[in-house]
Ligand binder design. Sequence first.
Ligand SMILES: *Cc1c(COP(=O)(O)O)cnc(C)c1O
Length: 294
Amino acid sequence: MREFIHSPISEFTFNDINFLVKRDDLLPNQINGNKARKLAFYLFHDFPKIDTLIGCGGNQSNLMYALSVLAKLKRWQFIYYTPQLSKGSKNSIDGNLAASINNDMQLIEVNHQEFKSLPLQIQQLILPNQLFISHDLADNHAEFGFKQLANEIKLYTTNQRIENLNLFIPSGTGISALYLQKHLPNFKVYTTNCIADKNYLAQQFKKLDEHTPPPIIFENTSFRFANPNFLLLKTIKQVQPASNIEFDLIYDPVGWKILLDNLEQISGPIMYIHCGGTLGNESMLARYRYNKLI
Ligand SMILES: *Cc1c(COP(=O)(O)O)cnc(C)c1O
């Protein structure tokens, strides 16, 4: 196989507004959502010299899990560096971490200070049989998969005779939003900053490609990354039954809350990009319970 089978598109109505949802959560190969798009280049090319994959990042990251699946499919060893685990996370290994360890990931904990300079060090020490895919995926062929995603969306809009489509995708690094916008220049991509402030995201867009007109950022000033929040829970508890779709509990509640708060700024049909990540819901629900919000 040289590319993904097109992911389906669902439709639902919420508060009298029709939403399309691009179901990248339903992509095959157990790799979730936009991480599958980010890793498509590696999935669909051969690397005969490589036998070891190296990654680094947080211990519940969706990318970590996607890398563990990639390594398994390719029969590569997978070594992953992460900042020292807290006692709590060591005692209850769940979600993405449990699933990745189950895929034979070798976890190496380093102290927080060391971790900052780690990507650079790995890059310098990398051997010819090793492949390093860093968490910001800079220079890592992430664009390849989003070209296909854009083509799938173009084909759909042509078939449905939709002339102006608005896309919404919640951002972490902004890689997904930017490459989607780059390959869908006739449509508007809207996003919100989930992991840091609006400036960080705007900088990321510039850093990735200064020639692409950047996606439009609806600023998130209220919600801190991966923090349980009553308003977010309320939003996702309304959207999930209305859509009959399970969303991720880290990015999507912020995405939907900010999108619903800014609807008056959008005219025409709206497509929400489901980025997968639902495997991490178990550990996020545990945090909600710990905070006594459920
Ligand atoms: C990684 C991720 C995002 C953010 O993607 P970026 O390309 O880093 O902006 C959004 N939603 C989910 C579920 C993710 O796993």
